[in-house]
Design a protein around this ligand. Structure first.
Ligand SMILES: [Zn+2]
Length: 52
């Protein structure tokens, strides 16, 4: 994945399970750009497989 601002390749920082803290998303991935030092978070949408 490339940086929105400078198109340099982003460095993966880690994944965090946020399922218990967030209604809509279950995981957030952190990425950073080594060139312009932008910081990117990608939220993964929860799949509503099990409705209760
Ligand atoms: Zn950048």
């Amino acid at each position: 994945m490339r940086c929105w601002h400078c198109s340099n390749e982003l460095i993966w920082g880690g994944d965090h399970d946020i399922e218990e803290d967030n209604e809509d998303y279950d995981m957030v991935t952190n990425l950073s750009c080594p060139k312009c030092e932008s910081y990117v978070e990608v939220y993964r949408k929860k799949e509503d497989m099990n409705e209760d």
